[in-house]
Structures are given as C-alpha cells and as structure tokens.
Design a binder for this molecule. Structure first.
Ligand SMILES: [Zn+2]
Ligand SMILES: [Zn+2]
Ligand SMILES: [Zn+2]
Ligand SMILES: [Zn+2]
Length: 238
C-alpha cells in the first residue's frame, strides 16, 4: 500500500464512530469497538441494564469500561502524522503558480522570478534565460559564496586589527599608571625631605605633584640645596 493511503487508513481507524473525530481517552467494548469515553457514556446515559454498541448493536453487560491506553498512544501518533502531513501539503501548495496552479519549476534570470511551465508561453519571458529552479539555485548559491568569502576574510582582518589596537591601548594604560605611581612616590620623598630641611617650603607645595617642581625651585634657589633634594627635584622636572 502506498504511504498516503496507509496514513489515510490509519487516520480512519483512529476516529470515533460516534463523534467522527480522533478518539479521546479511547475505551473498547466487549464486541471490540472503540469509542471516546465521553461519547459512549453519553450514548448510554439513560440506560439501566443493557448497553447496546452504537456500531453493531451488541448488548454489552458492563457500563464502566477501562481505558485502552495503547490505542490512546497510537491515536497521538496518528494525530502527529496528520499535522506533519498537512504542514507538508501547505508547503507544497505555496510552490504552486498563483495564475496557472502548476508547480513552480522554472526561474527567469532576467526577471528574477520563479515560473511554472505555463508562464513561459509566449509572449511572456520571450528571449529570456529560463532554467530549472534547482539549477538556478545552485548557480546563484555559488555566486553568493564568491561574494561572501572575501567579505568574511575582511571581517576577520578587521577583528584582528581591533584586537591588537585594544591590546596596545591596555599596555599604554599600564605604562601610564606605572609612571604616575613612580612620580607620586618621588614627589612624596621630595616633600618629606623638604619638610625636614625647609619647613617654610612645605607650605607652598600643592596637593598634586603637577607644577610642584617650579614652586620648589623658586623657593629653594636662594638657599643652598641639600644634595638628595637637588637630584630628586631635577628628576621630577625632566
Ligand atoms: Zn467520540
Ligand atoms: Zn460493537
Ligand atoms: Zn504560471
Ligand atoms: Zn522573464
């Protein structure tokens, strides 16, 4: 049996004879027929001792039937198959020509348009390069990859450059931090020394080391410079 026919048969078997929909919580009567639990309960609602099967009229003795869980799982599978198939059908329908309702199998290179064989009848697309969609797709895919390859390389190069610039910036920042620390500690030494040697000079020193050497020089010039202070001030002003 072909697959579509087999699926149609399976779906027919998965339907309840009462509501004609997929069996919900299926139960099996003693005559072997399957129904939704709610459908059979409804059809036996007003009965007392004899419960006829809605299909074969066999008189069942039991009103309360057990769920057929195995059948229930099969119904779930059948429902899933149905959904998948209708999705596939919808996809196939999308590939039909709206004008001629034929499958779109051709591609016009001039108009960049997918066509059905009927579309190519003169006078439309006369003298245009028309070829099968698969052939056109692989051709255009190749062309695209020719554009994409160098672009990808350019992107990689730019990313590498950005990375190296960021590393350089980081190194410069670290160097700057080092220099700042060195200058600060030199200034602190200088300040400590000047407080010891020249109490009046320390009053003139600002909180930051910026500009401090000039003020120190102007203060210290008339006085004899102690040797360590002289060398420190020189290194700071360079
Ligand atoms: Zn039912
Ligand atoms: Zn029956
Ligand atoms: Zn067409
Ligand atoms: Zn054309």
């Amino acid at each position: 049996m072909a697959v579509p026919a087999a699926l149609a048969g399976l779906q027919a078997e998965a339907n309840c004879p009462v509501c004609l929909d997929y069996l919900r919580d299926p139960v099996t009567t003693e005559c072997g027929h399957n129904f939704c639990r709610c459908c059979i309960q409804q059809s036996w609602a007003d009965l007392e001792d004899r419960f006829p099967c809605p299909v074969c009229r066999h008189s069942c003795r039991e009103r309360h039937l057990r769920s057929n869980t195995q059948l229930g799982r099969m119904i779930d599978v059948a429902r899933l198959l149905h959904v998948t198939r209708s999705k596939k059908r919808r996809r196939e329908e999308k590939h039909l020509c709206e004008k001629h309702h034929q499958v779109l199998t051709l591609f016009c290179e001039e108009d960049l348009e997918v066509l059905c064989p009927e579309c190519t009848r003169p006078p439309d697309h006369q003298g245009h390069q028309v070829r099968p969609t698969q052939e056109a797709a692989s051709h255009h895919r190749q062309r695209l990859s020719c554009y994409i390859r160098p672009l990808k390389k350019q992107v990689a190069d730019v990313l590498r450059l950005v990375g190296s610039q960021e590393r350089k910036l980081l190194e410069l920042r670290e160097k700057l931090q080092d220099q700042r620390q060195k200058l600060t500690s030199e200034f602190e030494q200088l300040n400590a020394c000047s407080v010891k040697c020249l109490p009046s000079a320390s009053v003139m020193i600002p909180g930051s080391w910026d500009g401090a050497p000039i003020r120190l020089w102007s203060l210290l010039l008339p006085l004899p410079l102690p040797t360590p202070l002289c060398s420190l001030s020189l290194s700071l002003s360079v």
